[in-house]
Design a protein around this ligand. Sequence first.
Ligand code: G3P
Length: 232
Amino acid sequence: MSVASFYHIEDMRGMKLYLDTADRDRITEAARLGVVDGVTTNPSIVTAAGLGYREAVTAIADVVDGPVFAQVLADDVEGIVREARGYQEWADDVVAKIPATRPGFEALARLRDEDVPAGTTVVFSIEQAVLAAKNDASFVAPYVGRLDDAGEDGVDTVRRIQHIYDTYGFETEVLAASVRNTTQAVSLYEAGVDAVTLSPDVLDDHVPHPKTDEGVAGFEAAWGDRGSPIDE
Ligand code: G3P
């Protein structure tokens, strides 16, 4: 296998980077880095932010250029379909997150027929990811950190899902979630994952490097008090 095909270079569509939070200030701050393609939420995140779900989604949609992912709370097919349809009224680009349960997959099939954007979340197995792709899910969200917590290899599970999707040409976006640190994030980038969602803290951890600080300090010391070149 060539290096190019291992890293899916022929097939490169660009990687999406989402923020996993309902904290509007952190979203605004992160968006200024110019790399945020959308925001993912879940009931825990929205509750931690002290917000109602509609309130959170509309507030996020105001400050982010890209999709806002909103998770359904119902656990029966009719309830899931009703919530996913209803979320569409909240903002322009809302994607429903539906857990990988039997009612969840049945609801996904119904929503596909109605062209309601929806994908599969709380994914812990390759089998679930295959069902999502066969259902034309917008995305599939394997939980990397929680797979590791359960004694499995989260990054490797994502790598295998991505390989299967690329092999069959499934268009469902592989959206790695529950990413706890930059080491996991970098392994996911190496695996050629379609998308990752990161907490604002893990995104912030992408920036600093002590050698960068050292390098910049050295240049500043060399330049001394000569002022900005633009003022010369
Ligand atoms: O997107 C899912 C994510 O928020 C779950 O993360 O750290 O609770 O496993 P964690």
